[in-house]
Structure formats: structure tokens, C-alpha cells
Write a protein that binds this ligand. Structure first.
Ligand SMILES: Cc1cc2nc3c(=O)[nH]c(=O)nc-3n(C[C@H](O)[C@H](O)[C@H](O)COP(=O)(O)OP(=O)(O)OC[C@H]3O[C@@H](n4cnc5c(N)ncnc54)[C@H](O)[C@@H]3O)c2cc1C
Length: 357
């Protein structure tokens, strides 16, 4: 580890959130340490890394979508230069309808909404995809090879001596006037990027998260078109060779982080409706998404503790949102421009009371 004792930032958590903040800090020339405990069920490593400008059954265009997409591409161009690998794959989605009603609803929605700029052809035929009720192409989408990127960037940060592998104990992270101290090191500011483990953080456990467990399968299937992401109830994202990630489940009541038989059956059931080719299951994984009650991220300073920040709540769309939100976060910290109210922690200040500490 670095021998330096005074830093600008201490980041807790090196998932998608913490790593996107680290990238911005490097660009800003700020010093930092990042502490991360490796966990098997880290949401960021299980994620398919897919990004899609439109979301949900009601097909709404994402909040600030143009800026989200621009920041995502800019960020991964920079990672390509830094780490020497291309992690972002641009790939349109071929979304197949589940029934006639879905197809009719889509046509109606297309006439009255603003997502048509992201809709391509409805004539693309894909071998192995069940398109009995028709399909359409979503433009501007793709995926990030999330696990590979996380491992490579964490390795780079380790080599620089700024990533520490351990669980951060909040009893050891203490305010010193308006600054913070962890062991022998002083920090101007601390940011919690702990994902669903925010629950163990004594300063932020009061935030209104509504966690959502997700499970995915990895399958081997020969003969599919790897140029597209396929979607029908579940998505199929190419990984390597003939291997695809199939996901995901959305489980709002769950006992623990581990993969379940019910999750597997749910995915197989949907996969059978999507695929017309034989496949073999090779792996099952699970993780917990840091989803919030109003489905928006939570960024900003603690209501009482100066220079203690939260950057969390990336929910189901960590990859699409994190690069833009990391830039937005530091603009707010360093220029006092204020955070977009949709993602600012201030919307939840009324949930906080000192009795909860
Ligand atoms: C099955 C599934 C599929 C998904 N698919 C997609 C997808 O296709 N596209 C997409 O954009 N999003 C997807 N997501 C959502 C995405 O994974 C999340 O939005 C994102 O990973 C959240 O990142 P995070 O860094 O906030 O949290 P996490 O990934 O949970 O990372 C938090 C990190 O902080 C560490 N940590 C926590 N507390 C401490 C502590 N006290 N000390 C040290 N370290 C600590 C943890 O160990 C972990 O490494 C998916 C999620 C799941 C579960």
C-alpha cells in the first residue's frame, strides 16, 4: 500500500459504483484509497452488463438517456486506452413479443411516445429465436464485459497501491473535525459505495432501499447470432465462444444471496419460450441489486456528518448509469452546482433521525 497518509478521498466498495468514482478521481488528479471486500455474490460481477436506452414493460426512455449513453461510451473508451482492452460491445437488442397483445400494445405505444428514435427494424430474423408473434430491434444498446473490466481495473488499482482488499470496519472510520481518519490515514472525504451491504453501514442504513435479488444462468448454445442481444421474457447476452448469459430473475422477497432451484426453474421456463435451439446449462449465479423505493440512485452528503457521502442505489441499471453519475457527483462536490433532485440524497433527509444512529 502507498506510504502516503493524507488523501482526498476514501472510497468503500469497488463494484461498478466505486470503480467509476475511482476513474473520475484519477482524471481529476485527486488522491484516494479504495477498500473492497471480495464477495462471491457481488452484484457487479454477476451482472450481464447490458445497457438499454428504453426500459420496462411500458417502454419508457431512460432519464437523461443521451448523457448516460455518451458518458458510458466516453468512460469505456478511456478504460480501453488505460487497460489496453475493449470492454464495451455495441449490440442491438432483438426483442421478441410474447403474444399478440404485447405486439399490439407496442404499436400503440410507438405512435404516442418518444422512444421511436431507438427502434430499428421489425424484419430481422434470428436463427434460434422464437419470433412467432413478431419482434423489433432496439438501437443504442449493448453490454460491457463487466467481470473482466472489474478484475482488470481492480488489478491496476492494486498495482498502484490504492486498492486495499478487506472489509472496512466503520468503527475504525472516524470523523476528525470536518475530515476523516481510517487507521493512520487522513481523508478529506469518504464515500460509501457498498451496494446492498449499505445495511451494515451505521451512517446510511436508514435509507429506503428495496433490495432485489437476481439470478442468472450461463448456457452453451451452438448456432446463435452473437451480434445481437436476444430478449423475450429473459435476455441472452453473448459471453465468449458459444456461451451466453441468461437473465434475470427479479426476487423482492428472498432469504439469502445464494442461487435457488426456483430461480433456475423460472429462468429455464422463460428460456424455453425464447430459444428454439438445444442448449446446455453450465453455471448459475446470483447477486443482490441495490434497488431503491423510487427506483432512482442515491447520491450525496450525509444530512449531519460533513464530508461523508453516499453513492449507491444503482439498482437494475448500474452499467448505464454509473459513468454519468460519477461525473455528476464530482461536479456537485467540487463546483457546488447541486445534484439532480431525482438522484439527490436530500429527497430522503426526512427519513433520517439521530435516534437511528
Ligand atoms: C443477476 C443480476 C443481473 C444484472 N444485470 C445487469 C445488467 O445487465 N446491466 C446493468 O446495468 N446492471 C445489471 N445488474 C445491476 C448491477 O449489477 C448493479 O446496479 C451494480 O452492480 C451495483 O453496483 P455497486 O457497485 O453499487 O454494488 P456491488 O456490486 O454490490 O458492489 C459493492 C462492493 O462493495 C463492497 N463492500 C460493501 N461493504 C463493504 C465494506 N464495509 N468494506 C469493504 N467492501 C465493502 C462489496 O464487497 C462489493 O464489492 C444486475 C444485477 C444482478 C444481481
Amino acid at each position: 500500500m502507498n506510504q502516503k497518509t493524507k488523501y482526498d478521498f476514501l472510497i468503500i466498495g469497488a463494484g461498478i459504483a466505486g470503480l467509476c468514482l475511482a476513474q473520475q478521481l484519477e482524471k481529476l488528479g485527486k488522491s484516494f484509497l479504495i477498500i473492497d471486500q471480495e464477495t462471491e455474490h457481488k452484484s457487479s460481477k454477476v451482472a450481464a452488463g447490458m445497457f438499454n436506452p428504453i426500459s420496462g414493460k411500458r417502454m419508457t426512455v431512460n432519464w437523461r438517456v443521451q448523457e448516460l449513453l455518451e458518458s458510458l461510451h466516453e468512460s469505456f473508451n478511456e478504460f480501453e486506452t488505460l487497460l489496453g482492452k475493449n470492454y464495451l460491445v455495441s449490440a442491438n437488442i432483438i426483442q421478441s413479443f410474447g403474444n399478440i397483445k404485447e405486439s399490439n400494445d407496442f404499436t400503440l405505444q410507438l405512435e404516442k411516445s418518444n422512444f421511436s428514435r431507438f427502434i430499428g427494424s421489425n424484419q430481422i430474423e434470428i436463427q434460434g429465436l422464437n419470433q412467432e408473434f413478431g419482434s423489433f430491434e432496439v438501437l443504442g444498446s449493448g453490454w460491457v464485459k463487466t467481470k473482466e473490466w472489474i478484475e482488470d481495473y481492480q488489478h491496476y488499482l492494486s498495482e498502484k497501491g490504492v486498492l486495499i482488499r478487506r472489509k472496512a470496519d466503520w468503527q475504525e472510520i472516524k470523523p476528525q473535525g470536518i475530515e476523516w481518519r481510517w487507521r493512520d490515514h487522513d481523508f478529506e472525504k469518504v464515500v460509501s459505495c457498498e451496494g446492498y451491504q449499505y445495511q451494515e453501514n451505521p451512517h446510511f442504513h436508514w435509507l429506503p432501499f428495496k433490495l432485489c435479488k437476481g439470478e442468472v444462468l450461463q448456457i452453451k448454445c451452438v448456432g446463435l447470432n452473437q451480434q445481437y442481444i436476444l430478449k423475450k421474457g429473459v435476455y441472452l447476452v453473448h459471453q465468449y465462444d458459444d456461451v451466453y448469459k441468461v437473465g434475470a430473475t427479479y426476487e423482492w422477497d428472498f432469504e439469502n444471496e445464494k442461487p435457488t432451484q426456483a430461480g433456475k426453474e423460472n429462468l429455464i421456463d422463460k428460456l424455453e419460450k425464447l430459444l428454439t435451439l438445444p442448449y446446455e446449462i453450465i453455471k448459475q449465479e446470483s447477486g443482490i441489486r441495490p434497488t431503491t423505493r423510487d427506483r432512482a440512485a442515491i447520491l450525496g452528503e450525509h444530512p449531519l456528518l460533513k464530508n461523508l457521502y453516499c453513492f449507491n442505489g444503482l439498482g437494475t441499471k448500474g452499467m448505464l448509469q454509473a459513468p454519468f453519475l460519477a461525473k455528476h457527483f464530482f461536479e456537485a462536490v467540487y463546483t457546488n452546482t447541486g445534484l439532480d433532485p431525482k438522484v439527490s440524497i436530500e429527497r430522503f433527509y426526512s427519513f433520517y433521525s439521530t435516534s437511528q444512529i
